[in-house]
Design a protein around this ligand. Sequence first.
Ligand code: COA
Length: 219
Amino acid sequence: MARLLSGGPRTHGTSRGSVPLAPRLPRPDDSRIVATIRVYEEETDARAVGRLIADTFGRYNLSHFPPVERDLFLGPFRHATSDDPAHRAEIARMIRSEIVLVADDAGEIVGVLRGRAERLGSLFVRGDRHRGGIGRALVEWFEKLAWLQGGRRVHVAATPYAVPFYLAVGYKRSTGARRMKVFEGSNYLYQPMKKVLAPTGDGSELGASACARAQAARR
Ligand SMILES: CC(C)(COP(=O)(O)OP(=O)(O)OC[C@H]1O[C@@H](n2cnc3c(N)ncnc32)[C@H](O)[C@@H]1OP(=O)(O)O)[C@@H](O)C(=O)NCCC(=O)NCCS
């Protein structure tokens, strides 16, 4: 497991274009340890991850849509708090991917990244933990695993909100902004971005376990 320590004082980046800045959050004096990055376990994590995705996507990426449209973009995640086994199974199925990492703070999931060797599929960090280095740590571990699985570049369909974040962690815009379908919602604005990977040290500990899960997910 990767223990993530926060670095020195964080400065607030400058927003680019019309993408809003995340609010600056007070740094707790007593905790230098921000979260542990580990591989997702469907049986124990699916419910918390489903809620995290629904809350974060709804709040940061869909809040400007009317509720009906928001539900279309959320797809099965609109049922993230439901106890219906069919809803829970569908959400667990949607989370599945070759690489799924979570940021775990003493048993609470505060971030999730899903992807495969050449594609970062989705990334969400709980709102009250934004600007704490969790997104960067998830991406760094994902890139190590992607490299181990043969990925040499990573593509991502970035939300407008996340463009400054991806620029900060080394991604570049690959074309102009585009629109896509997300679940039953259409015309969602996104920015295609990519990064060419370089060998990044040893991710073997996390890598071995993620590769085993990737094989299980393919079966
Ligand atoms: C995008 C997101 C995952 C970033 O996670 P995070 O943990 O807050 O990011 P980090 O703290 O690791 O940020 C790393 C750097 O990115 C930049 N950055 C992050 N968020 C930023 C923002 N809102 N505005 C400007 N720069 C930002 C900063 O340079 C930051 O370093 P700093 O805090 O030392 O200045 C998070 O904001 C999120 O969950 N957003 C909502 C969901 C979303 O849009 N996901 C993307 C799907 S493709």
